[in-house]
Structure formats: structure tokens, C-alpha cells
Design a protein around this ligand. Structure first.
Ligand SMILES: [Zn+2]
Length: 225
């Protein structure tokens, strides 16, 4: 029996709906955050990105070269460094041994259906191991669709407790981690040529963190244990 806190972010485009949850046992929250902050200290030393600077996947890769339009920190004029930083961040999440990843990728699907599908899958997996979860979702809460999806769960046997709690990714290292992983999973399925450098990141770094039996790597992707 485990109680998880799960951090959730979406990704995708008009062709793919993607939601990803990073589940952390409550008692491992402190050590997990501690490990991540060690990574952020290294990032500061190597890339001069302050620990409170947001690592946001699409922002790091936007604005083809110089500078990234929305970044204010020191590497905003070097796309190579920005790609490297994203790569290191994905690898860092993949190295966090107590994080479990559960994701949904729905081609031609609506984001709301994708979120509800993720909840349904999570509930059945939580039930199977007699566990519970509280969900923290990226955003400011003005989008009521997440709350409606939680309220639609059958109350008698709910394992996802409460409504979603919203947290802006700018203010949460853990929501930023969910963003990074969700974007990586999206790219593994989308296979956009301009993101070719990311195609193997899901099998290489994220697969080992996926909930046992819930591999969502695209068919044919090489999966390393
Ligand atoms: Zn996998």
C-alpha cells in the first residue's frame, strides 16, 4: 500500500493528445526533490541557469537559434546548450528511482478524453496494489475540465482522492519535471523530423521509470532496462 503524490502535465498538438503523470510515494517526496535540486545546482554551475529559472521543454527549443524568445537566463543564445540542458534534464528525471511514470498518448484525441483515460488507468492500477494518489496538475485552475473529470470518478471505490490541485509549472520543480517527460513522450510518438534528436529519449531515459506493465513506448522503439 502506497500513497502517491502525482504531478501531471499535458503535451501534444492538433494530432496528438498527451498526458503524463509522475507518481512519487509521499515518503519519497523529500529525497526525490533533494536529488532533483542537486541536478539543478549542477545546471546552475554548467549553464548559469538559476535554480528558480523554469526548465520548460517547448521554451528551450523555441526560437530556432538566437535568442530563445522567452528565456532570460544565460544560455538563451545557444540552441546547442539548450538542447543539451533538456537532454540532461530528461536523463535526470530518468535517474530518480522512486518516480513512476504513467502516460497516455491518444492520436486524434481530445485532451479531455486523454486526461479521463489516464485517470481511469491510474485508478485501476492503484486499486490493484491497494494504493492511493493525490494529483497536482499544471495550471492555475481556471480550466474546469480536470475537476469535472475527477468528479466523474465513482465515489464508492475512488483511489484518486480529491479534486486536482493546480500548480503553475513556473513555481514547481516537480510540475516542470512532468512537463519535460510529457514533451519527451510526445516527441517519441510524433517523430517530428526537427525533433529527431529526441526520438530515443523515451526508451533511453523514461522507459525505466514507467509503471511496471504500463510501457507506453512507441512500437519498435528500443527499450533499455
Ligand atoms: Zn516504455
Amino acid at each position: 500500500m502506497t500513497t502517491y503524490i502525482a504531478y501531471i502535465d499535458d503535451s501534444g498538438d492538433e494530432k496528438y493528445a498527451v498526458y503524463t503523470a509522475l507518481l512519487i510515494p509521499i515518503e519519497k517526496w523529500t529525497s526525490t526533490l533533494h536529488e532533483w535540486l542537486k541536478f539543478r545546482r549542477n545546471v546552475f554551475e554548467t549553464f548559469t541557469v538559476p535554480a528558480d529559472g523554469e526548465i520548460h521543454a517547448t521554451e528551450l527549443l523555441s526560437g530556432k537559434g538566437n535568442p530563445a524568445p522567452t528565456l532570460s537566463y544565460g544560455i538563451n543564445r545557444d540552441m546547442g546548450k539548450r538542447k543539451k540542458l533538456l537532454n540532461l534534464a530528461v536523463a535526470a528525471v530518468g535517474s530518480l528511482e522512486h518516480v513512476r511514470v504513467l502516460s497516455r498518448v491518444v492520436p486524434n484525441g481530445k485532451p479531455d478524453d486523454c486526461y479521463r483515460s489516464l485517470l481511469k488507468d491510474m485508478e485501476s492500477r492503484l486499486t490493484a496494489e491497494d494504493s492511493w494518489a493525490i494529483l497536482v496538475v499544471d495550471g492555475n485552475g481556471t480550466d474546469g475540465s480536470h475537476k469535472k473529470a475527477h468528479r466523474a470518478l465513482k465515489i464508492a471505490n475512488r483511489r484518486i482522492v480529491e479534486d486536482p490541485w493546480h500548480q503553475d509549472s513556473k513555481l514547481s520543480q516537480l510540475v516542470q519535471m512532468a512537463d519535460i517527460v510529457s514533451f519527451t513522450i510526445f516527441q517519441a510518438h510524433k517523430l517530428n523530423q526537427t525533433r529527431r534528436f529526441m526520438w530515443g529519449w523515451m526508451p533511453d531515459f523514461i522507459h525505466r521509470r514507467e509503471w511496471p506493465g504500463a510501457c507506453n513506448c512507441p512500437p519498435g522503439a528500443q527499450q533499455r532496462p
